[in-house]
Design a protein around this ligand. Structure first.
Ligand SMILES: Cc1cc2nc3c(=O)[nH]c(=O)nc-3n(C[C@H](O)[C@H](O)[C@H](O)COP(=O)(O)OP(=O)(O)OC[C@H]3O[C@@H](n4cnc5c(N)ncnc54)[C@H](O)[C@@H]3O)c2cc1C
Length: 384
């Protein structure tokens, strides 16, 4: 994938925004575990929440790769901000754009694309996230012209902010002839009676992002809140997650690059045994390895995005990109912390934040084991 002038302009704009508007304030917000409302407002004005969505819905009319470039640049400075955009666009707005009716698009997209409202996607349940059909207990039953939803969801990003507008909830709506659950997605507006949002989890990282458990108790929404066709929920989320993996790969590359950026600055300043620590080959090699991982991971996500935009199958490439990039982020965060020595363990330095933020990348939107399962299946090993 070659960066055209348009992509490069976007990348530079987001790079400058992250440096000038996010970097100076994010450390304190992170310490206080505060959702970055002001940053979200600014990103809304820049159009970041509508990057891959057509202008008729208030979007920027770009594509999914443009979103990935923005996520990478944000994550170079902070991952909570980046995942807030990723979840809002990739998991919140895109399914409505892809699968929604004209009315659903008109109702939700203009507010989601401008960041006035955030969307969320509730798939994972307390009983399991990797084996979605096996772990799903949430049900939605059609009663007259309303769906009645009962159940709960775990770890849902953007689901409980002051500006959360709608959550796409995956629920069992029946049984198929072969006994497997029929899964559909239903749009539940924030504030619907029977829909409750628990307090924020206390997390290891991503401390400025909003992650909650959700409960549905006889929660009623109109029948027309079904997203796309009944029984297509499983297929919808597989498609959503395939794209989402490229987005998480981009975010991971951003974190990996942020580690390189921080180390390049630090090793020129920090002195030991009469030299800047960057003088020593052990440190130089560590940084060289970090650069190699970042570069390789970036190529992997650019390649997956290129296939996706060309309309070619990209499941395997997306899984490879997510696996390679999340490993790169984790390895770089560990090495960067080592390069910073004791200061690497202090929250006032970004690398400490990168260290805490890296681990989730090997878990969210499909664990590394799930990526390997997907790759093996694409190699024809699924039926052995
Ligand atoms: C901060 C955060 C934000 C999130 N945001 C969202 C969101 O917005 N929406 C949403 O729906 N979900 C969200 N998630 C959920 C996330 O996608 C799941 O945590 C993830 O998919 C893993 O599911 P699980 O936690 O249930 O782990 P499990 O599925 O219980 O897996 C536990 C372990 O077993 C391994 N495992 C499972 N099956 C196999 C197998 N067959 N072979 C080998 N190993 C296996 C897994 O890889 C993992 O290591 C979020 C999670 C976090 C932590």
């Amino acid at each position: 994938m070659k960066l055209t002038e348009e992509y490069e302009d976007l990348r530079k704009t987001v790079e400058a925004f992250a440096r000038d508007a996010v970097a100076p304030v994010i450390g304190e917000l992170y310490e206080r575990e505060e959702f970055p409302y002001d940053i979200v407002r600014q990103m809304g004005r820049m159009g970041l929440f509508g990057l891959p969505i057509p202008e008729e819905y208030g979007g920027m009319g770009g594509d999914y790769f443009a979103l990935c470039l923005a996520l990478e640049e944000l994550a170079r400075v902070d991952s909570s901000v980046s995942i807030t955009v990723e979840a809002a666009v990739s998991l919140g707005a895109m399914p409505i754009y892809r699968f929604g009716t004209a009315e659903q698009r008109a109702q939700w997209l203009p507010k989601l694309t401008t960041g006035e409202m955030l969307g969320a996607f509730g798939l994972t349940e307390p009983g399991g996230g990797s084996d979605v059909p096996g772990g799903m207990r949430t049900t939605a039953v059609l009663d007259g012209n309303e769906w009645v939803i009962n159940g709960s969801k775990a770890f849902i990003t953007n689901s409980g902010t002051d500006i959360t507008g709608v959550v796409g909830v995956a629920a069992i709506t029946g049984r198929r002839a072969d006994g497997r659950p029929e899964i559909s997605t239903i749009l539940v507006p924030a504030g619907t009676p029977g829909f409750t949002v628990a307090k924020k989890y206390s997390k290891v990282g991503w401390n400025c992002s909003d992650t909650r458990e959700l409960a549905f108790t006889d929660c009623r929404v109109p029948a027309e809140n079904l997203l796309g066709e009944r029984g297509r929920g499983y297929a919808q989320f597989l498609q959503t997650l395939d794209e989402g993996r490229i987005a998480i790969a981009a975010l991971s590359v951003g974190l990996a690059q942020g580690c390189v950026d921080e180390c390049l600055r630090y090793v020129r300043e920090r002195q030991a045994f009469g030299h800047p620590i960057g003088h020593y080959q052990a440190i130089q090699f560590k940084i060289a390895d970090m650069e190699v991982r970042t570069h390789t991971a970036r190529l992997a996500y650019y390649h997956a995005a290129e296939k996706m935009l060309a309309g070619e199958p990209f499941k395997k490439e997306a899984a490879i990109a997510k696996l390679v990039s999340s490993d790169a982020a984790m390895d770089n965060a560990r090495d960067a912390t080592q390069v910073f020595g004791g200061y690497g363990f202090m929250n006032e330095y970004p690398v400490g934040r990168f260290y805490r933020d890296a681990k989730i990348l090997e878990i969210g939107e499909g664990t590394s084991e799930v990526q390997r399962m997907l790759i093996a299946r694409q190699l024809g090993l699924g039926d052995l």
